[in-house]
Design a binder for this molecule. Structure first.
Ligand SMILES: Cc1cc2nc3c(=O)[nH]c(=O)nc-3n(C[C@H](O)[C@H](O)[C@H](O)COP(=O)(O)O)c2cc1C
Length: 181
């Protein structure tokens, strides 16, 4: 089984989460690739069994590089891969993740982004296994990090946040192994 952990990160928070997902997949025997999206990123999304896509929340959406990549792939696959009703491809799974600060309206700032990722991977026929909204401090914004809707988020994602991600990945791998029998 193989996996792609494709992410963007402007200040390092989302990279920490992406790396923990990748490391846990690797430790679990999955051939995982960890790639930071760039303007010239070119990948075959159908070449992987598990797609993990993540970005920091930027105004309730992805980064520009991630948006451009996803829209480019969507246009390309619409030609002859994406069918009406988007039939499930058995054995193809996806995880959507983001980091966010939730300063004004809490987790509602993050859910549009992970839903957006899931809409993309569901178009490809993946079964969505998780939508993980991970709290991340707002870089260089001390006031915001203490007085936002989520309270004191300094230092997030912290060790506990990353351990939770690790455990979630382990749980999903156990579920896939049980499904495979
Ligand atoms: C330009 C900019 C816009 C942001 N917009 C939002 C937002 O709308 N909602 C939110 O919850 N967090 C927002 N954030 C906070 C980031 O999502 C958060 O700090 C994230 O963990 C950063 O991840 P990174 O270090 O991987 O870039 C914004 C950050 C920046 C720099």
């Amino acid at each position: 089984m193989n996996a792609l952990v494709l992410y963007d990160s402007l200040g390092g928070n989302t990279e920490k989460v992406a790396r923990r997902i990748h490391d846990t997949l690797t430790a679990g025997g999955v051939a995982s690739e960890l790639i930071k999206v760039a303007e010239d990123t070119e990948l075959d999304m159908y070449a992987y069994d598990i797609l993990c896509l993540g970005s920091p929340v930027i105004a309730w959406g992805p980064t520009n590089n991630m948006r451009d990549f996803v829209m480019k792939k969507l246009r390309a696959y619409h030609k002859d891969h994406i069918k009406p009703s988007a039939p499930l491809r058995p054995g193809k799974f996806a995880i959507s993740f983001c980091t966010y600060s939730g300063t004004h309206i809490g987790e509602m700032e993050a859910t549009p982004l992970t839903k957006w990722f899931s809409a993309f991977t569901a178009h490809l026929g993946c079964q969505i296994l998780g939508e993980w909204n991970v709290v991340g401090e707002f870089h260089n914004m001390e006031d915001v990090n203490v007085n936002g809707r989520l309270g004191d988020i300094r230092g997030r994602p912290n060790d506990a946040d990353l351990l939770e991600i690790e455990n979630r990945v382990k749980g999903l791998l156990a579920g896939i192994a049980a499904w495979k029998g």
